[in-house]
Design a binder for this molecule. Sequence first.
Ligand SMILES: [Zn+2]
Length: 596
Amino acid sequence: MGIVLVALLAGLVGLWLRFRPAPCLFIRLDITSSLHDPKVVSINPLNGDIKWQGKNKRQRSRVSGSGGAGFALAGERSFFFTVPWEGASGFFCYHDLRADNGQPISMDLYVLRRGGEILIGGVAQPRGAGFFVQKMNVLPGDRYQLRWRGSGRVFVGRPLLYRVLPVHERKTIVMLAADTLRGDQIDARVGDVAVAPFLASLCKESARFERCLSPSTWTLPSFASLFTARHEITHGLNSPGILDADQPFLVEAIADSFITVNFNGGCWMQFQSGFQRGFDIVREGGYFGERRTVSAKSLLEGSLDLLEAAEFPVTFLFLHTFQVHTPYAPPADLLRRLDPTHPALASGIFPVEPPAMTASLSEKEHYFRLYQAGVSVFDRETSRFFSGLKRTGLYAQTTFILFGDHGEAFGEHGTWEHGSSLFEEQTHIPLLIRFPAGQFAGKKVAMPVSLLDVFPTLLDWLKIPAPNVPLDGSSLMPILESGATRPVPVVSSLMNCWFEPAIPPILALTYPRYKIVVTFAAPKSGKDDIKAYDRQEDPREMQPLSSLPPAEWQQSLPIIRKFRAYLNQPQYKQRKLQGTDLDPELREQLKALGYL
Ligand SMILES: [Zn+2]
């Protein structure tokens, strides 16, 4: 009898241990209802834009991430909160202080303990933005007070409260996007020299999707597809504008489980595209105003500094860099490694425009080496980032996803750069997923997959339910776990390239062996141009087949009809007209990237 009781009790304890609610690791403080003054400042929830009336003119700012507040300060203002646990904790808050009179505005954190108040930490400056991080040991009965003093405008991001855990218990997910990184550069070599030796070595501890294709071939729709797991015709963001609020969004889907951080290179990635949704912390830039050669360096070092300083228990870190993008101007040491006779090494002058199609092979090759040396810069900085993750002790518990958003053409099919075709050189991107504990290390997947599969894959891996709306991507976990196949075809489209208005709408459907490319004719002006390629015989897609593969063609028809129908929608025609009215900041950044 006694043994039965003990066994029963042990069973109950076991059940409780298994199903007890996970301890709360972090909370976001609601400050909007008590601090934000809509009469003084307006914050656009779609793109984070803040507008307020300054001295005789309207001014703009941005609050970091979602859920912040802005208010006028004249004298003193406070916000009180308690921490729903005890022990080692962290407080994190973005601040942007704008004094009216040149005198510093202070933002201080106090603990109210046993009838007294103790100053824990703070910042004071007349003008400036930054991240305020404070560690504290929470005792029973503690109350906390954030207090501002001075005169002017105050903007604060939504504050985070979190437990500080031992480093081996912290979980990190890193998504690193190398804008414009071609899939074939991971293990490319020039003679005996590896272009990206670190990324090549990373394949050994990652699952590698050898044929990952980009959903589009320019940044805005490609990233919108990554974040929504939807095709361009479903998310609709293929001209300057904001992602519709009713679209699903990867970061919102995981924001209950992770503190979410976004460091990006600006331009299409900046707030005004609406990609800050669900993020607690956003830093954009790290490209503009800095020499191109330090773009990835500043991004990766900055994000590592943040992880080290904040010590979040669970972090989702989204990183994006334009390091590999035009204008190509790599540092001499990495260019010399790949191309010791490159003319830029002697002259110090880097070409702004690509060579003519009729230029000599060696001139074209020199141009390609500039791009590849940029890949080497990215590779070197990623390697340093990994060393940093190892040094901090976070690496063992880190899931790392590396990808590109589209490729880059170097004269193949008569094009340069990207956003002008859907052939291999512009659509083939890298996708590596490094799981903790060596899971799926070295696994190679040869079947075609898409960047818009990343969202469902990540949710599947984290056991987080997918949003209750249709997604166009598929989880890749069944492929890794049981060798299942992904539904085909993989769809890439270029329905509206904003900076290449002369390019007609194109659709590419990739099957394991064949690829079908449809170039849509303008209405009433003739027939669509449809070509098929046998990727087994012709991996560079140079020779169209004389007839379409019948099974793949039948499977393609409904998809082609769907995309054709999109072209006839009034919203599409409307969108085509947008884009002339660009935000001045975006215009500057587009210029720096060589678009205007
Ligand atoms: Zn891009």
